[in-house]
Write a protein that binds this ligand. Structure first.
Ligand SMILES: [Zn+2]
Length: 219
């Protein structure tokens, strides 16, 4: 192998490493007809937007982007469990913060530090960071904390047990007083977690607590 062959081989390696791979649909891995939204025509046609979610106190209002489906569920798993961080940008396009909320700050639903350390990142922090630059509202990970490492909500079916499991798991900074806060989450299921977050924030004097979530199964 000549010196120039070796150079070429090296260069090609770098070219391959730097070139983005073929674009794939975020939901089915199809490589054809991918739009700016990261979806193929088929998946886009099947996508269902979420109807008006029901909001109960202490939350003041909720927006949910997509109706939950098997495809969406496995995309969420790729994002939070397999650490495919490119899903943050994909999911953020389905998060919204209505103007009338007059939100002061976005707050990701916190993860216990031990779990975050084990997983390497908190996916809701990434969503909040992306959403923050999309809607031009700051976000903070220093206002709400998960201080008790409760069992994962997903593993519990009974809503009453879910509520008990999460009770007393969060604390917040007194600086939340008077703020209009938007909680950012991926999946809104029974809401036990976000209602508990809202309760803690309201007790500390937050003036409004909203939720912006990517997806939710039909309620
Ligand atoms: Zn697709």
């Amino acid at each position: 192998m000549t010196r120039s062959d070796r150079f070429k081989e090296k260069f090609e390696f770098f070219a391959d490493a730097l070139m983005p791979g073929p674009y794939q649909c975020f939901l089915c891995d199809e490589e054809d007809m991918i739009g700016d939204d990261g979806l193929c025509d088929d998946c886009r046609a099947k996508l269902k937007y979420y109807p008006n979610p029901t909001c109960l106190a202490p939350l003041d209002d909720i927006t949910v982007g997509l109706q939950y489906s098997e495809n969406i569920g496995s995309a969420v798993m790729r994002f939070k469990k397999s650490g495919q961080k490119e899903y943050a940008g994909f999911f953020t396009q389905y998060l919204s913060v209505p103007k009338e909320w007059q939100a002061d700050i976005l707050v990701p639903v916190p993860m216990h530090p031990v779990r975050k350390w084990m997983r390497g990142f908190n996916h809701t922090e990434l969503l909040a960071a992306y959403l923050s630059s999309a809607v031009n509202i700051p976000y903070s990970t220093r206002l709400l904390f998960k201080t008790r490492n409760s069992a994962e909500q997903k593993t519990i079916k009974d809503p009453a047990v879910r509520r008990r499991n999460i009770r007393g798991s969060f604390t917040c900074d007194p600086r939340v007083k008077g703020l209009r806060i938007v909680l950012v989450d991926d999946v809104f299921t029974t809401g036990a977690t976000v209602y508990e977050c809202a309760k803690v924030l309201k007790r500390a004097g937050a003036s409004k607590v909203y939720l912006s979530a990517v997806t939710s199964p039909a309620h």
